[in-house]
Ligand binder design. Structure first.
Ligand code: ADP
Length: 347
């Protein structure tokens, strides 16, 4: 039934009608033998056939055409504004075509609905995470200040210490808000990259210097894999790439082991350089690697928070690299260490 056209339906039905009429006329002829009835024997079935064929085809076409046109109109008006309704040709493939279009359309809609559900879930989770992250330092500040107000201010043993702790928590609060602002600017495309030509080796040396004190506290050595260090020029937003290097290198220290080392390798890959930061720290379990770049994702929440992390560093790194049209990836093994690698355009 799938590939039957309206013409075929009309042909079959009118043929059956014509045959029935022919049989009826035949019976009349046998009964009377009259000349006119002989005529009727041939003429009436032909007339019945022709009329019923035309009428049936007309009504079937009109009925199907109306219904199908409605389906097409509904689907197409719900599709993109650009798509236009093609004029309909009533033929054998039409119904099959409509069926295909409807299936495709419903698949698209199902995907869209799933995406919207994911976005909505993501948004709810995000708001939950933000309020949770903000609550922690706010409660701490409240606690310290209330204790000071309730007499602690006169107690020399705690007053300076509590003020110091309250101000530390304020710094943390500020850092979370600043990081959220950066992410928001990336996600709303309001952060414009200022690309320039610069030497990535030079920039990494700068970042090594700025993190030296932090690294020294854990006796961690920061160095290049290749001691030669010839200049390597890239085209990118220098300050944003500095942020990437600061985040990745300070993570390699935070999650690195005492007396460990962080190596930075730069590899030539035709159009790009691949920059890899390898530590021999605690490593990350395979199961967590997929979610590592999500906002607020931390492998060990309390440990990461104690180290002053906001859980937004890697999300920012990913945004920066992707805004440059480049890629970032991670390999890691628990207890062995981690390697974060990203590409940059060569000049
Ligand atoms: P945080 O501010 O918590 O450091 P990040 O977004 O920078 O946030 O990192 C997310 C999580 O990824 C960290 O909490 C940590 O669990 C894990 N992580 C990041 N870098 C490393 C690393 N070099 N070694 C081990 N774990 C890491």
């Amino acid at each position: 039934m799938k590939n039957v056209s309206s013409g075929q339906i009309a042909f079959t039905v009118s043929s059956i009608l014509a045959l029935l009429t022919f049989l009826l006329s035949g019976v009349l002829f046998v009964l009377s033998g009259d000349f006119y009835k002989i005529l009727a024997l041939f003429l009436i079935p032909i007339v019945v056939y022709a009329l019923s064929y035309l009428l049936l085809k007309y009504f079937i076409d009109k009925f199907i055409y109306r219904k199908i046109k409605l389906i097409y109109k509904t689907i197409h008006s719900l599709k993109t504004a650009k798509s236009k309704v093609q004029p309909l040709e009533l033929n054998a493939d039409l119904l099959e075509g409509v069926e295909k279009e409807v299936i495709e359309w419903s698949k698209g809609k199902t995907q869209e609905i799933q995406q919207l559900k994911d976005i909505s879930r993501f948004r709810k989770e995000f708001i939950g995470n933000v309020s949770h992250e903000l609550k922690t330092p706010i409660f701490a500040i409240q606690g310290y200040l209330h204790t000071l107000i309730d007499g602690g201010l006169e107690d020399d043993k705690i007053n300076k210490n509590y003020l110091y702790k309250a101000s530390k928590n304020l710094d943390r609060l500020n850092k979370i808000v600043e990081d959220l602002d950066v992410i928001n600017r990336f996600e709303t495309n309001t952060l414009v990259l200022e690309k320039q030509k610069f030497d990535i080796v030079e920039l990494i040396k700068d970042v090594f210097d700025s993190l030296e004190m932090q690294a020294d506290l854990k006796d961690i050595v920061l160095k290049f894999k290749d001691p030669e260090n010839s200049p390597k020029y890239v085209k990118a937003d220098k300050e944003q790439i500095r942020q990437v290097m600061v985040n990745l290198l300070s993570n390699s220290i935070k999650y690195g082991k005492e007396e460990g080392q962080t190596l930075v390798g730069i590899y030539d890959m035709d159009e790009n350089y691949l920059v890899e930061i390898t530590d021999n720290g605690i490593g990350i379990a395979e199961d967590n690697l997929d979610r590592l770049f999500e906002r607020f994702f931390r492998v060990d929440k309390s440990r990461a928070r104690d180290m002053g992390g906001t859980g937004l560093g890697l999300a920012i790194v990913k945004h920066i690299i992707e805004a440059h049209g480049q890629v970032i990836n991670v390999r890691s093994k628990i207890g062995v260490g981690s390697t974060f690698g990203f590409t940059l355009k060569k000049v």
